[in-house]
Design a protein around this ligand. Structure first.
Ligand SMILES: NC(=O)c1ccc[n+]([C@@H]2O[C@H](COP(=O)([O-])OP(=O)(O)OC[C@H]3O[C@@H](n4cnc5c(N)ncnc54)[C@H](OP(=O)(O)O)[C@@H]3O)[C@@H](O)[C@H]2O)c1
Length: 306
């Protein structure tokens, strides 16, 4: 599909629906989602957009005041304050994740989706962090950017499985496909997250064949957030792809990689998604999957050694 990155004035979202077809936008109103890192950046934009579409939204982060600001922004745009519920938590702490899951369970019988968005950037205290950064920073970054993503997903999964619909999106980054010097720990954690997303997708689909499982990974492109204050782009540029993934009816992609601009990406041996996602659910065959030369070589070698 073609979802060019463009600015979407959030105040007009009931009119433009971030490019979503009317049925898809309306479908969101009957859905419930949990968004981590919802007090700022992409997480806030998504929570506001979903609340404006009428969805029930559980918003998590450590700073209560940022979550409150998110609620106020959504309500100032016409969202119903009863549909956006603050669930403060540090997602690196198991007991806080368990408590958040209980709150969500008490508020809604069926949770449809989870967006694993919270993360931290690479600390810039050394130009060459893989050589000089501390073990403590490595562990802190991996605990949030990888381990906590698994923890949150695994703890809330039974709630979604019970409702028969599982929509999970992991926020990755171009870093997960890159080797940029200076941000090695972040690159590695995002590459691990890519595998976590796809592994979860395949395991969950195999374990629950009767359930509509759609677990995918997105590279959101850049945007101006607390983590990236230099970007000229608004985090609302990600909304078309996020809302498409979260509103997709049964039979949508699982274990795939997408870019905010609508491209289907590959990762390691995973091929690009072979169908088009668009607002009208049109199924269109994409060009033949393009494997990287490295991935093809690796697959050939594996076949030979098998
Ligand atoms: N912005 C970009 O250009 C860009 C590019 C590629 C990928 N991304 C990815 O996009 C996602 C969102 O980032 P962003 O750019 O929107 O950055 P951001 O504004 O810094 O958002 C990160 C959020 O995570 C929350 N958070 C941090 N630690 C947490 C914890 N232990 N428990 C719960 N929440 C926690 C923060 O809130 P509290 O501090 O209140 O907890 C904050 O709201 C991340 O996965 C990031 O890697 C961003």
């Amino acid at each position: 599909m073609n979802t060019p990155i463009q600015e979407w004035p959030v105040a007009d979202c009931p009119a433009h629906r971030f490019g979503l077809a009317v049925e898809r936008w309306r479908r969101l109103a009957s859905r419930s989602f949990w968004i981590t890192g919802a007090g700022t950046g992409f997480g806030k934009a998504l929570s506001v957009a979903l609340a404006c579409a009428g969805a029930q939204v559980f918003i998590t982060g450590r700073r209560r005041e940022m979550l409150q600001e998110c609620i106020e922004t959504a309500c100032s745009l016409g969202a119903d304050s009863r549909r956006i519920i603050s669930v403060p938590a540090d997602i690196t702490r198991e007991e806080q994740v368990a408590h958040a899951c209980r709150i969500i369970h008490d508020h809604c019988s069926t949770l449809h989706g989870l967006v694993n968005n919270a993360a931290m950037p690479q600390r810039r205290s050394h130009p060459w962090p893989l050589q000089h950064e501390s073990l403590a920073h490595w562990e802190q970054l991996f605990r949030l950017n990888v381990t906590a993503q698994w923890l949150v997903t695994s703890k809330i999964l039974p709630h979604m499985v019970a409702g028969g619909e599982v929509r999970v999106v992991f926020l990755s980054s171009g870093a997960g496909w890159a080797f940029t010097p200076g941000v090695g720990q972040y690159n590695i954690a995002k590459a691990a997250l890519n595998n976590l997303g796809a592994s979860f997708a395949h395991e969950c689909a195999a374990a629950h064949p009767e359930v509509d499982v759609q677990i995918n990974v997105i590279n959101p492109g850049e945007a101006r957030t607390e983590m990236n204050q230099g970007s000229p782009r608004s985090p609302y540029t990600l909304m078309p792809m996020m809302l498409l993934l979260l509103s997709h009816p049964r039979g949508g992609p699982n274990g795939r990689f997408f870019h905010a601009d609508g491209r289907h990406l590959s990762f390691a041996d995973a091929e690009v998604y072979d169908r088009r996602l668009d607002g009208n659910d049109t199924i269109v065959l994409a060009p033949p999957p393009q494997r990287s030369r490295l991935a093809s070589l690796a697959a050939r070698l594996l076949r030979r050694s098998a």
